[in-house]
Design a protein around this ligand. Sequence first.
Ligand code: ADP
Ligand code: MG
Length: 217
Amino acid sequence: LAELNQLTVNEVKEMFLHVADKVIGSKDLLTEVDSAIGDGDHGTGMSVGFKQAIENLNSKELNTINDVFKTIGMSLISSMGGASGVIFGTVFLGGVKNLENTKTLDTNILAKIMTGSLEGVKERGKASLGDKTMIDALEPASDALNESSSEKLSFLEALKKAEKAAEEGVEKSKEYVAKFGRAKTLGERAIGHQDAGATSVWIIFKSMREWVETNNG
Ligand code: ADP
Ligand code: MG
């Protein structure tokens, strides 16, 4: 069994199998959110992507934390298709792009990974905070993790703060006018509705926190 505040490769795999289950279980919510201002396919897309991630996590050899993130990223890109497949794949692939191989995950490494994720997504999609995209949740979560890393907070405490920051980001996304996707054409009419991708990011952090609270808290 791994130590407190530090997950092994297998535990990170287990954590993301839980995340995948929760994303798949949120299909209706994500469909509803994307239907309000988008085309309504986000729930189906994420569900397909994370089903593929479960299959690949269970069949591929995973030797490092990097392998886990790469496997999820490749699964999303190959199965979801379209712009959002690349964007969500980049969250995982971009996160470990410049990370040296590691066999443990802690607050400091997750902060590094999410910083890479944010950079990767911004480079790919050219969106910034306030454009009503998943960055509205990812950027505050990444910032919170970096703060937690400098404060040397426990892994669970760091995830709680990241989850809260992502949730607040989803709330704030309601106030924004969209600069990308179908919601862009709605202009001010998109105000009052949260972004679908930001909602997914929040679900991902919430599910990570749940797993750690149950298994490593
Ligand atoms: P699609 O936009 O093709 O219908 P989805 O509905 O699955 O794909 O995903 C939509 C989500 O993707 C949006 O809610 C937003 O969070 C995210 N997104 C779209 N474009 C960008 C972008 N350029 N940068 C970051 N995130 C984006
Ligand atoms: Mg959509």
